[in-house]
Design a binder for this molecule. Structure first.
Ligand code: 13P
Length: 254
């Protein structure tokens, strides 16, 4: 049985001060716990230590994740963050392969695959993103596009505990646009992702891997996605920047 997951991707929003306040607000909103739902927040790198302290001090029921990582252990890689820098401050998850990193920063599937391996070697759970641009969707090629990403992003991975690898399907045309995929659109691709994972890792492993939907997910639409068989949660951008709306999404998943 897969535990549902609601993860917040703050992207490049919230200064350290604002991020700490947001984490404190979320700790209050979720003070009664999150039931069976895994909750993750992924702040900007410079906010992470502050959010980790809020989690510790308030015993908050959410985990900390990064938004990016580099695959080398240490060295002359200006501007990058190593996996053990994430673990050292208490992060247990990390987003990789977000379409904004692929699009603006030229990340390739090969890079994403190396990042997944580096994270897993440090027992950090990758939240590995995939998703098609509008023209691919309009050409009706979205399933094969995403399946191809999944095959490349997972190449050579050893998944012994399927709860420790997460996929997020985020159709690019639905990110930050207010244009959501329908729940059926999400199910079509999330189902194809699980089928691909089953071909690669076996059905039992695929059945344990969470597949999230992301793209204009909000308190008023998240329940519809979660009803779908292969949608196990949401990766939330804009609606994760307000403690009350993000908490409402967690509660909708409980
Ligand atoms: P929005 O929820 O703002 O559309 O962002 C989705 C996303 O990219 C999360 O990673």
């Amino acid at each position: 049985m897969r535990k549902r997951m609601i993860a917040g991707n703050w992207k490049m929003n919230e200064t350290y001060t604002e991020g700490v306040a947001l984490a404190e607000g979320l700790a209050k909103e979720l003070a009664d716990g999150t039931g069976d739902v895994d909750v993750v927040v992924c702040p900007p790198a410079v906010d992470m230590k502050g959010v980790a302290e809020v989690i510790d001090q308030q015993n908050a029921p959410f985990a900390l994740g990064g938004q990016n990582v580099y695959w080398e252990e240490k060295g002359a890689y200006t501007g990058e963050t190593a996996p053990n820098m994430l673990t050292n401050i208490g992060a247990t998850y990390c987003i990789i392969g977000h379409s904004e990193r692929r699009g603006y920063f030229g990340e390739t599937d090969e890079d994403i695959n190396k990042k997944a391996k580096a994270l897993m070697a440090h027992d950090i759970v990758p939240i590995s993103c995939c998703g098609e641009p509008l023209e691919v969707r309009e050409a009706g090629k979205h399933v094969e596009f995403v399946v191809d990403q999944i095959k490349k992003d997972t190449e050579g991975l050893q998944i012994t505990d399927p709860s420790k690898y997460v996929v997020a399907y985020e159709p690019i045309w639905a990110i930050g646009t207010g244009k959501t995929a329908t729940a059926d659109d999400a199910q079509e691709v999330c189902g194809a992702i699980r089928k691909t994972l089953a071909e690669i890792f076996g059905q039992e492993t695929a059945d344990g891997i969470r597949v999230l939907y992301g793209g204009s997910a909000k308190p008023n639409n998240v329940a519809g996605f979660l009803e779908k068989e292969d949608v196990d949660g949401a990766l939330v951008g804009g609606a994760s920047l307000k403690a009350d709306s993000f908490a409402a999404m967690v509660k909708a998943a409980m």
